[in-house]
Design a protein around this ligand. Sequence first.
Ligand code: HGY
Ligand code: MN
Ligand code: MN
Length: 415
Amino acid sequence: MTGATRFRAVWDELAGIGRDPVTGGYLRYAWSAAELACREWFVAAATRRGLAVHADGNGNLWADWVPSGVDPAAPAVVTGSHLDSVPHGGGYDGPLGVVSALLAVDELRADGFAPARPITVAAFVEEEGARFGVACLGSRLLTGSVAADWALALVDRDGVTLAEAMRAAGADPTAVGPDPDRLARVGCYVELHIEQGRALVHTGAPVGVASMIWPHGRWRLEFAGEGNHAGTTRMADRRDPMPTCAYTVLAGQAQARRLGGHATVGRIEVAPNATNAVPALVRAWLDARAPDAATLAELVDAITGEAAARAAADGVTVTVVHESDSPVVAFDPALAGRLTAAIGAALPGSGAPPVLPTAAGHDAGILAGRVPTAMIFVRNPTGVSHAPAEAATDADCAVGVRALAAVLADLAAKP
Ligand code: HGY
Ligand code: MN
Ligand code: MN
């Protein structure tokens, strides 16, 4: 069997779970039936490999390979990613890192490699924040960077709290919170991920290594006006929050272009959402990102400033709630250097992998504040992500597995 065939065999175990037959995208909200099925797959796949699987109090899954003679309490080389998806997202964002981690363990064993420290495969919960609004919730809870009570009260689109969702899935919400013991056993974290852009296509390299993550965040903008009749309310008498929102979206585009950042409104709610009613309320979620913190602050201030000015002119109020914050991440340069050397040596003919920044968030970014952390990207021919067109060839995924195995071997070898 080739590496590509081995990859496809494991990939197909997971590929049908939560896939929408119409869009071809995935619906794997945290703690939903589909995500639970992915978790069951993970437990079975890791158990089959003789790994000891454990769910922490936050719902993150850990599968430990502790060879005989190795201290199970020693800081592990941890690798993995997440199993949840954005609504109708691609299949690779998250699961590629988990599948590649299991296959890298298989490769190391087939090579007869004996780690001098544990190697752990992790699957973090609610990385996308697609259900409860906060990205990387599982890793944030693990590290204690958000409070358990605050997280348990977060609600999904149907008003279900995280606590209720966990209970419905058979998990114990009273166990949510920081896990210093598990964190102490994370010596370093390497996350392999589908590339969410085309830089590798342009460089011609099958894999790359991350240098940094742009700072980013989510803001909820609530535009409140006056519900009224669409036919009888004179234009001059309206307090319609929809044009205020529309103006703000356009202002976001212009400001992001001016400042070299990114601004997106990808989710909106309208009440009462009726064709023949002037809306009373529009809720819009702004995702804003920039190369550095000062530019991000300037971008968000500019957008919210324009929203406020326009709201005043429209007789509308605007309230801004900062829902989630992901500060800039500079990945450990020494670890990135080790990755590029190990990958370069493992892929003769490819040369050293390119080192790239990304504007996408990852659990690796949260863990980077606590342990040395690095990321490997696998080429995505379409460059599309968070949409069904996200892609990778089996051959490139197999190269990713080889690269990850080489990195794990380097990091878990005897010093
Ligand atoms: O939204 C993000 O950047 C990530 O994919 N969670
Ligand atoms: Mn994502
Ligand atoms: Mn991801």
